[in-house]
Ligand binder design. Structure first.
Ligand SMILES: [Zn+2]
Length: 356
């Protein structure tokens, strides 16, 4: 009789654990990383864990920017791996976590391991994407690296930059200025890539320069960019690692902190004057539309308007603006400024923006 209970218990336990692992996979596919962590940690409390549990848990911690928590779990996944694709999946995640923490020699070691194993299609894609982003691709072979305060600069061609000391000093000063506002703790220095061959970069990344991937403190820049824009993306991201970004506010932050001498309100009004010139039916822009439909307008229209609006918000109330940096959604702004308060701020700004 005792044995029957034991068998029943084991079947039940096995099914429970199986369904928890299934739930973990589903949660991961739906970007429910907190849920993956809760389920995974619960499984590990009751049993010793296996490849899948360790890998999913490690991946979820990586996704949540908790790279230190991810690493021991991913190394466990690596230990439990048996076949090639399992090793590949562990390597790419370990490479990601080490790089994100600024442990680049270790990250490079896992990149070198990853080259020799064949992962699933999605793992291969992630591996190649990160290798390019981190500067491991062969295209970076002859680049020049300059390590300095808060930055590692990577230059494709120094001659092309002109006064290199001036270029570097300006970025160091911009970092200082922007971070005197945010006082953010970055997990590593900023890897700041400066391209000469914009066409090659565009082909490789399948998008235009410049851009920043703040999760890894990496920017890929063209020469003609403002000093502060990409730096502001990284610093504002690490003001709170659990941030929720919105394209309109995020790009507004980039423009507001670009360290240029531009009059941002004039630049925004210029966009509207131009629209009036080319389109007789054009009436006005509404900040609410930019904010709630952040992909509605192209860069050249949205960026200057976002920059002017963010400047107004930052001057209006610095603490509230810092809160907004953490969660940039329209709903979060309603909580921070109050519904009536936000409506007034936007209506006033719309009026100034659209006045003749
Ligand atoms: Zn930007």
């Amino acid at each position: 009789m005792k044995n029957i209970f034991l068998v029943l218990f084991l079947i039940l336990f096995y099914n429970l654990s199986f369904s928890q692992k299934y739930e973990m996979s589903t949660a991961f596919e739906n970007n429910g990383y907190q849920k993956v962590v809760a389920l995974g940690e619960q499984i590990l409390e009751n049993e010793s864990g296996d490849y899948k549990v360790f890998l999913l848990l490690g991946k979820a911690y990586n996704a949540l920017n908790q790279f230190e928590k991810a690493l021991p779990l991913l190394r466990k996944a690596n230990e439990y791996a048996e076949i090639e694709w399992q090793y590949a999946a562990a390597y790419v995640e370990i490479m990601e976590a080490y790089y994100a923490l600024g442990l680049k020699d270790k990250a490079k070691r896992y990149y070198n391991k990853g080259i020799h194993v064949r992962g699933t299609k999605s793992v291969q894609r992630k591996f190649q994407k990160l290798a390019l982003l981190f500067g491991y691709d062969n295209v970076f072979n002859d680049w020049i690296t300059v390590t300095t305060f808060n930055f590692v600069f990577h230059f494709e061609d120094i001659e092309h930059i002109g006064d290199i000391d001036n270029y570097i000093e300006k970025r160091i000063a911009a970092f200082k200025k922007i971070n005197s506002f945010y006082k953010a703790a970055l997990p590593k220095e900023i890897d700041f890539f400066v391209w000469k061959s914009e066409g090659v970069a565009q082909k490789k990344f399948k998008k235009f320069l410049g851009f920043t991937n703040p999760k890894y403190c990496v920017s890929h820049n063209k020469l003609s960019q403002t000093v502060g824009h990409e730096i502001a993306h990284t610093i504002s991201y690490w003001f709170d690692k659990n941030n929720n970004r919105n394209r309109f506010v995020n790009e507004g932050i980039g423009v507001y902190f670009d360290c240029s001498e531009t009059n941002r309100l004039d630049a925004a009004k210029e966009i509207i004057n131009y629209q009036r010139k080319i389109n007789k039916n054009f009436k006005s822009y509404d900040i609410r539309v930019f904010w709630t439909h952040p992909y509605e307008y192209p860069e050249r229209i949205m960026y200057p308007i976002a920059g002017a609006f963010v400047e107004m918000l930052a001057h209006h109330n610095q603490n509230k603006f810092l809160e907004l940096t953490k969660d940039q959604s329209y709903e979060s702004a309603q909580d921070i400024y109050g519904r009536g308060g936000l409506d007034r701020l936007i209506s006033n700004f719309n009026e100034i923006l659209n006045e003749y």
